[in-house]
Design a protein around this ligand. Sequence first.
Ligand SMILES: Cc1cc2nc3c(=O)[nH]c(=O)nc-3n(C[C@H](O)[C@H](O)[C@H](O)COP(=O)(O)O)c2cc1C
Length: 336
Amino acid sequence: MNSPGPYMLAPMAELSHRALRELIEGFNGPPAPVRPEYYTEMISVPALLAGGPFEEWYLDGGPCPERLVYQLLGADEGPLAAAAALLDRRDCLGIDVNMGCAAPVITKTGAGVRLMEDMDKAGRIIAALRRVTKKRLSAKLRLGPRGFRLPRPGPAGEAAEKSPSAGFEYLLEFCRRLESQGLDLIILHPRLAGEKFKGRARWDYVEALRGELSIPVAGNGDIAGWESMESRAREGPVMIGRLAVKEPWIFTRRNSPSLPDRDLLEKTALHFLDLLARYQPPEFHLSRARRFFRYYCDNFIWAEYLRNKINREETLEGMGRIIRGHCRTIPENAAP
Ligand SMILES: Cc1cc2nc3c(=O)[nH]c(=O)nc-3n(C[C@H](O)[C@H](O)[C@H](O)COP(=O)(O)O)c2cc1C
């Protein structure tokens, strides 16, 4: 297997689609080996196998399928393996299993982070996928399943969760099980299932896992800028989520302080709207545009005002007009 990384775009529902990949690729960046890998948003296994009406959009692997990883969301090994067999025929770099999503609408189906509750089952899933594909097989995890807690601070008052070994045994055993069944890569978003985005991503767990496993471990969570992305990438592969939506130029290694100027912000936003119209079905346009601007608006002064205006708008053209109007009213180098 080729070494992963150094950078990966995170799977993000309603965000990690072809239009965002086109936008990111459009920034002239370093040559191919340093360009990011792209994880797709989670693809529901039942919908994929049923041939749902929007599946072709979820499966669109452009513009660089050789750096694309499909993320599957499912609860059971049979359907997951059938879906992986379908994807195996497509041009792509790899297949990922979502074992980290903690949204109730997902966990009640038994998928996402629920898979971390049962090591035997998770191991069987990886073994079943390994039988149907030679593509790179990864799993994206959290620190532990629902109800899993890190040890409380010790009597000395020292925060036990600061220690890389606190509550680490379960995670390590779980990862070793997946590794023994043929997994090629772990992606760890080091938060607990119940935390959503609360607290901080505990990168010491990423480091600790790297020290113990023979397969690579990519870290993910809370990368807030180019410098931290670069410094984390020196330790191993890094997956970037929200920052890459706010700053789609981030992988070009251009530092954000010199960006964004008003013209670039406007041009990028308008270009994204065009890409959305081109690469997503009309039924998805508004939800995807709103999701994008939820993060992208943070580049502007009066971000909340702009976001609210965009959220109330009902067409992509109207959103474009709002962006143009906003850019005319703010100073040229208006950082928030
Ligand atoms: C809008 C949104 C949608 C997400 N959808 C997925 C998903 O489909 N699959 C997944 O594994 N993680 C999903 N995540 C979690 C991200 O992949 C990532 O783990 C998280 O955002 C932390 O990384 P960040 O701090 O760089 O954003 C989503 C996150 C966001 C903000």
